[in-house]
Design a protein around this ligand. Structure first.
Ligand SMILES: NCc1[nH]cc(CCC(=O)O)c1CC(=O)O
Length: 307
């Protein structure tokens, strides 16, 4: 193939990620050309409603998958965190490039850590997972909605609408963003979202992309993402519920921590499992079953009924 088209969202982060993969392709295959096709997704259009209330899975990928299915694009670069567990039948996310730091970061103008925030401080995030874990650690905080692209969120912080905001460390690093004070919110106290920090490349299963893109896959990233997505699959959860997971790989053994709690941070359920890397996805499914039996079933049912 001489010309390759990458479908991507138009946000700064999405464009950085698509351009990163474009650069990798150009370096690997001198002489090819790579174009970006920018696509506006439902998630990009609905900016005034908290994501948890918009509902539905795959808000950031559906229109992009349509471009893959009708041949307008050859591949799509996604934040793996935004990719639902169910894909259209003929498409696969067959490649996970090397993963960035998967933690969250607290950004603030005045406060260098969660402990330093004054009583009742306003913290911005629209993620139920971040909200719940913030409240579990600091029940006094006032957690407020915060939508928009990564740079919009940072602007709202600097303007003084919030005492602090929480964003994925990966997005901050990729865009080279900073705030006067930054501190990492990391496991075991603060568990990341499933697949946070990972990219996923989606393409038609039967086409030439699998072979062409194979060099971009990172084995360790693929395995940790598989374990975490197994957990998400077993919980039948989208990003609209407080679900968190964190996998690590040591030799051939993957260790997965799974976490579910109520939206106010109460009734936390945290469990861990270890097993062979080759069974990463099934380990995640197993852990989900155990977490459901330990009380997560009631928590999630309540949230889905309200949605
Ligand atoms: N839902 C938006 C989204 N999807 C992926 C990232 C961050 C980058 C990543 O996790 O790879 C973000 C922004 C954020 O959560 O702060």
């Amino acid at each position: 193939m001489k010309n390759i088209t990458i479908a991507t969202r138009g946000s700064k982060l999405a464009l950085w990620q698509a351009n990163h993969i474009r650069d990798c392709l150009l370096a690997q295959y001198p002489g090819i050309s790579v174009d970006l096709l920018e696509i506006k997704t439902t998630g990009d259009k609905i900016l005034d409603v908290p994501l948890a209330k918009v509902g539905g899975k795959g808000l950031f990928v559906k229109e992009i998958e349509e471009a893959l299915l009708d041949g307008r694009a050859d591949l799509a670069v996604h934040s793996m965190k935004d990719v639902p567990v169910e894909l259209p039948e003929s498409l696969v996310v067959g490649v996970n490039p090397k993963r960035e730091d998967n933690t969250d970061t607290l950004l603030s103008v005045h406060y260098g850590s969660l402990d330093e925030l004054p009583k009742g401080a306003k913290v911005g995030t629209s993620s139920l997972r971040r909200r719940a874990q913030l409240l579990a650690l600091r029940p006094d905080l006032e957690v407020l909605d915060l939508r928009g692209n990564v740079d919009t969120r940072l602007r709202k912080l600097i303007e003084g609408q919030y005492d602090a905001i929480v964003m994925a460390t990966a997005g901050i690093r990729r865009l080279g963003l900073s705030a006067p004070k930054m501190s990492r919110l990391a496991p075991p106290a603060f568990i990341p979202a499933v697949a946070q920090g990972a990219l996923g490349i989606e393409y038609a299963q039967d086409g030439p992309m699998a072979e062409l893109l194979a060099f971009l896959n990172d084995g360790e990233s693929r395995i940790t993402v598989q374990a975490e997505r197994g957990f998400l699959t077993g919980l039948d959860g989208g990003c609209q519920v407080p679900i968190a997971a964190h996998a690590t790989l040591d030799g051939g053994t993957v260790t997965l921590t799974g976490f579910v709690c109520d939206v106010d941070g109460t009734a936390p359920i945290r469990m861990e499992v270890s097993g062979p890397a080759a069974e990463a996805f099934d380990l995640g499914l197993d852990l989900a079953r155990r977490v459901l039996d330990a009380g997560a079933r009631e928590i999630l049912q309540k949230l889905y009924d309200e949605a």
